[in-house]
Each structure stands twice: as structure tokens, then as C-alpha cells.
Design a protein around this ligand. Structure first.
Ligand code: NIG
Ligand code: FE
Length: 447
């Protein structure tokens, strides 16, 4: 029993030594073919790697083989059989990769939502005690265990919606003590599994209240990030990336460059919340710094589009955020793809601007609101999202020998993932071979 519990705790995959076989799939989507491990520019159906008549064998948390159902059946019975799943004609894909969330927080911000519906502005909502600083005050008042418990429940939602890898940012602590608390919670989520977790330090999310209008200045807060937070975060190995909310009213281009320059010296990858509401040059800065991604981009300029297209920096689009905020526009997804940028789609799951971690819903919005093709939206939530996190090891793709992160969907073809918007489409989710979700309702479409 103790062994079994230990096996379930770590992201160690199927610890029993038993074999899992998935057969009778309608199609298996493996992602871009071997030999093309990088990002996908100009995605087409060819990049999906759609295979028919094949099943998948899983052992020790990894994909052991992708082969004909007969071969998978033989392999299954030649070892210690654990579970044989008849997929009943359903679609199998790599687990989805959510490359941008703020999933560790306490209370929801229900008042912000109601106030926006009354037409109140961002500034008015913040002045009334809402906005990011409300979540910061709430976060500082909660203990690590409680935040972990809340976040575990929320990640279970994501697993049930087909996500197997999730990036999570700090940024509701805004002090050394509370940013480290956030990052420890994120580390614990990754250690417990089953989802793969990537941690991002976002000390530059907002100016904390104690640095506003008093003796302590904004320069002092940027210094605190650079001189105290970053050394502590990097020293403890608590983050892979450093992000900054680069936006007039949050952090300027100069402040962002100072923070990210220091982060790079500490060995962290770079990310930016860029050009969300105003075209301030955040995308160009991201490209110039060689950031892993520039995220949001609702107000990116034509020069910003060119700069990203010519760079290795992924454009991470968050269509749920603009929708939930009631904005009339979306990021220029079509122009970004057509210019040759690496485009990913993520949820931005957070209590203020996007209280949803439903990535298939975001894919549907990317199609209906931002004019991506369904195949482009799929690549954006798998291979390109993994690239935005600079992950290999099977994230966003299915490969023999790599982590068995996969979803069996209650539908038959890949375009349906961005079609049945908001519906509970994931039938079974496996992260590193561990089942993290199972749903019973029948399949969506006739065979
Ligand atoms: O990505 N833009 C800044 N940060 C978040 C919002 C966080 C919040 O409102 O709590 C975002 O949308
Ligand atoms: Fe965000």
C-alpha cells in the first residue's frame, strides 16, 4: 500500500510495472513528425501526424509503442497487463499544454465581474478595492497548505478538460516572503503530479501597495525584484522563467528590460505580458531579448508582428481573457500566423481576467474570435505551447520513449476539439501514464 501511494504521489507514471493499452481509437494524432522537433510555423493538417488503425502501449509512464492494434494487443499480453482500454472509435491526442496561467490564488473576484457588467472601468474597479491588488491582499493572508489545496482542486479541473502540462506564474505575493510562498506551492503541485508543472516567477506583476505613494518608490520595488527576489528564486531553483507585466500602468519597457536582463543572468528563461491593452513595444522588446514568449498581444503593432515573426519568440494568445473582459477585439492571430510567427494559445487562468482553464474552449475562441483554423488552434495548444515553455520530453506530442501524456476525447476527429465549445470533451486523461480523469458519457459524433 505504501509503495502504491508513493507511486501515485510522484510524476513517476504507472508505478505498478503494469502495462496500459489503448486500442480501437478512431484516430491517433501524434503531432509533428520526428525530425521536426522545433516549433511549427504555418501549421497545416500535415503537421498533426494523424494515424488510423493504431493503438498505444504505455509502461512506466512512457509511451512504449504506437503500432497496429494487433501489435499493441500482443505487447500488452506479453508483459504484466494492467488495463486494456477500448476507445470505441474515439480520438487520441497528446495532452494539451497550457502555457500561461496564474492558477495559484485564493478567492475569486466576483465583484470585479459584476462591476464590469455595470460599465465600470479598470481604474474604477481597482479604486473600489478590486483588481490584482485585491487578490494580492487575499493571497498574503492565506497559508501555503490552504493555497496548495485550492490549487490542487483547480488543476484537477484542468486535467478533466484535457490539459496535462501547465505553466503557473507567481505574482500575487509581490514580496520576497509571499512570492517564495507562491513558488513553493507551484513546486509542490509539480512534485505531487499528475500534471507536469512549469514555474514562472512574476514578481513584476503589479506595484505592491507598500510601494505606492509613500516613501518607497517604484524604483525601489524593481531593485527589490532584481537584488533580492531573483537571487532567492533562482538560488532555490524555484522557477524556469521570469515574466513581467509590461504595460503602461504596470511596468515600463525600461523596467521590464532591467528585470528580465537580471533574470537572464540568473539563468532563467524570459516571458513578457506584452501589448495587452496598449501597443507599447512589448513584442519588439521580447524579440530583442530572445524571450521564450510574448503573451497577450491584443494591441500588438505591425512592427511587433514583424519582430515576432522574425524571431524565435512564441506569440502566446489568450482569447478567453479579452472575451471575459468584454473587449470588442482579439489579438491579430491570423496576421501573426501568416507572417510566420510561432503561435500558441493558452487560458491565462486567473481570478480577474480569465477564470477558466478550459483549453479546448480557448481553441474554439481562437477559431471563432481570432480566425485561426481548427488545425492551427490544435498545434497552438500542443506543440507550439510546449515550445513556448521550451519543453521537450513529449509535451505536446506523442512519441515512443517519451512521457505518456495523452487524452482520449469524446469525439472522432481533431477539428471537433475547437468546435464543441465549453463541452466536457475529455473522456480519459493520462499524465505520465497516470489516469487523472475519466468521464462516462458517450461519443459526440456518429461513426
Ligand atoms: O494576464 N495582465 C495581467 N495579469 C493577468 C490578470 C491577473 C488578474 O487580474 O488577477 C492577466 O490577464
Ligand atoms: Fe497573464
Amino acid at each position: 500500500m505504501a509503495d502504491r501511494d508513493a507511486a501515485r504521489r510522484g510524476r513517476g507514471g504507472r508505478g505498478s510495472g503494469g502495462r496500459l493499452a489503448l486500442v480501437n481509437a478512431g484516430a491517433v494524432v501524434t503531432g509533428p513528425p520526428p525530425g521536426a522537433p522545433g516549433p511549427v510555423r504555418f501549421p497545416t493538417r500535415e503537421h498533426l501526424g494523424i494515424r488510423h488503425g493504431v493503438g498505444i502501449g504505455v509502461e512506466d509512464g512512457r509511451v512504449a509503442l504506437i503500432a497496429s492494434d494487433d501489435e499493441v494487443g500482443e505487447w500488452f499480453h506479453a508483459g504484466v497487463p494492467d488495463e486494456l482500454v477500448d476507445c470505441g472509435g474515439r480520438l487520441i491526442t497528446p495532452g494539451l499544454v497550457d502555457a500561461h496561467t496564474h492558477a495559484v490564488f485564493g478567492a475569486p473576484r466576483l465583484d470585479d465581474h459584476a462591476r464590469r457588467a455595470r460599465g465600470e472601468t479598470y481604474q474604477a474597479i481597482a479604486a473600489a478595492g478590486g483588481g490584482i491588488l485585491q487578490t494580492v491582499a487575499d493571497f498574503r493572508g492565506r497559508g501555503e497548505e490552504e493555497l496548495l489545496l485550492l490549487a490542487r482542486g483547480r488543476l484537477a479541473w484542468l486535467g478533466a478538460l484535457g490539459t496535462t502540462t501547465v505553466e503557473i506564474k507567481s505574482g500575487y505575493g509581490l514580496s520576497l516572503e509571499h512570492e517564495l510562498k507562491a513558488l513553493r506551492v507551484i513546486a509542490a503541485l509539480g512534485a505531487q503530479g499528475p500534471l507536469r508543472v512549469v514555474a514562472t516567477f512574476l514578481g513584476g506583476h503589479e506595484l505592491p501597495p507598500e510601494y505606492r505613494g509613500g516613501a518607497r518608490s517604484r524604483e525601489a520595488y524593481v531593485r527589490l525584484i532584481v537584488e533580492e527576489m531573483l537571487p532567492a528564486v533562482a538560488g532555490a531553483g524555484l522557477a524556469s522563467f521570469c515574466d513581467v507585466f509590461c504595460e503602461p500602468g504596470a511596468f515600463s519597457l525600461e523596467e521590464t528590460a532591467a528585470i528580465l536582463g537580471a533574470a537572464r543572468e540568473r539563468g532563467l528563461g524570459l516571458k513578457l505580458h506584452a501589448d495587452e491593452l496598449d501597443p507599447s513595444g512589448g513584442a519588439e522588446l521580447a524579440a530583442r531579448l530572445g524571450a521564450a514568449s510574448a503573451d497577450h498581444l491584443g494591441a500588438i503593432s505591425p512592427r511587433g508582428i514583424e519582430a515576432l515573426a522574425a524571431s524565435e519568440t512564441a506569440a502566446v494568445l489568450l482569447p478567453g481573457t479579452l472575451l471575459f473582459l468584454g473587449a470588442a477585439h482579439q489579438a491579430p492571430a491570423r496576421a501573426l500566423v501568416d507572417a510566420g510567427a510561432v503561435v500558441a494559445v493558452a487560458s491565462d487562468f486567473n481570478p480577474g481576467s480569465s477564470p477558466s482553464g478550459n483549453l479546448p474552449l480557448m481553441m474554439a475562441l481562437a477559431v471563432s474570435q481570432a480566425r485561426l483554423q481548427p488545425e492551427e488552434a490544435f498545434v497552438a495548444a500542443t506543440a507550439n505551447a510546449a515550445y513556448a515553455l521550451r519543453l521537450d520530453g513529449g509535451a505536446g506530442r506523442l512519441r515512443a520513449g517519451e512521457s505518456a501524456d495523452l487524452v482520449v476525447w469524446n469525439c472522432r476527429e481533431v477539428r471537433e476539439l475547437a468546435y464543441w465549445y465549453g463541452m466536457p470533451l475529455a473522456w480519459r486523461t493520462y499524465a505520465a501514464g497516470r489516469p487523472c480523469h475519466a468521464l462516462e458519457p458517450g461519443i459526440s459524433s456518429p461513426g
